[in-house]
Design a protein around this ligand. Structure first.
Ligand code: FPP
Length: 279
């Protein structure tokens, strides 16, 4: 990735808007490197308007556009969007078809914008079950944006965190069986995941108030900060993104350790006290 350029605040938010208020609170030197998003609540958004569920997915595309644009403008290294899980195949056929079609349309419409903004598209997930025509378009879009050096946009399609770990293990075993020296450790696992080469997400955003990670990036989310909003995905905009990042910046990320100051404290004597013992 190219070195981070200074963030152009004027491009990020209109003066006088709530987005601008949040953006001014951001510490631009402590931005997350990678944000992952579980885009949830499309069905409820549509149902609350007495419209078919698929209208919620359609409305969600605008939230995708705004989020991709603002993350690129902020200079994030990676944004990962959960668009379709392996479990989503169990939805009504028309809904599955609409979702696949929306992905196809998004790529057709946005490809030039992604290229112009040097955004590199990657697809996370298994290729089986995906329509060959869609796969071809996905592959073309991935190739056409492969020189992108500003931000990686991962779109998880036919994705499952458990399948990703299984796939990584299978490929490790294949490489090992073909004579390649492979040590099984955390670094090796990371290199065999779909997200190889990217930092783990610092922040996971989930819309619609659900407190689950839903089989998403199970390995990579080990130390990720989670931010959940009641907003439904089609209503999510950059104001919410900036609020999430501000909240992330107020967190105390210790990765299981204690602070340096706390480490300087005199060690507590935990040895059992013997009655009458001196000293
Ligand atoms: C979850 O809402 C959302 C999805 C399963 C699909 C997300 C897809 C999009 C936003 C559109 C296309 C994406 C891209 C990247 C162009 P839900 O239907 O489970 O909502 P509910 O919980 O209210 O029923």
């Amino acid at each position: 990735m190219e070195t981070r350029k200074p963030v152009d605040l004027a491009n990020l938010a209109e003066p006088g808007t709530p987005a601008e208020m949040w953006v001014r609170r951001l510490d631009l030197k402590q931005l997350p490197r990678h944000i992952a998003v579980i885009m949830d609540g499309n069905g409820r958004w549509a149902q609350s308007r007495k419209r078919p569920r698929v209208q919620g997915h359609k409305a969600g595309v605008e939230a995708v556009r705004d989020t991709v644009e603002s993350c690129a403008q902020l200079g994030l290294e990676a944004l990962t969007l959960y668009a379709f899980s392996v479990e989503n195949w169990n939805r009504p056929r028309h809904e599955v078809w609409t979702l696949m079609n929306l992905l196809r349309e998004y790529l057709r419409r946005e490809l030039q914008t992604l290229q112009r903004n040097r955004i590199k598209l990657q697809i996370l997930g298994r290729r089986d079950r995906l329509d060959p025509g869609l796969l071809e378009e996905l592959d073309k879009a991935v190739l056409a944006t492969s020189e992108g050096d500003r931000m990686v946009l991962n779109v998880a399609i036919n994705y499952s965190g458990r399948c990703e770990i299984v796939d990584a293990c299978r490929r490790i075993v294949q490489d090992w069986a073909s004579g390649k020296p492979v040590d099984i450790d955390e670094d090796t696992m990371g290199q065999y995941l779909y997200t190889a080469g990217l930092p783990d997400p610092d922040l996971l955003i989930r819309t619609s108030g659900e407190m689950r990670i839903s089989n998403f990036l199970l390995w990579q989310l080990a130390y990720t900060e989670i931010w959940v909003t009641e907003k439904l995905w089609p209503d999510f905009r950059r104001t919410d993104l900036f609020e999430a990042i501000c909240d992330f910046q107020s967190r105390d990320r210790r990765y299981g350790k204690v602070h340096t100051e706390d480490r300087k404290e005199a060690p507590e004597d935990l040895s059992p006290k013997v009655d009458g013992a001196q000293g």
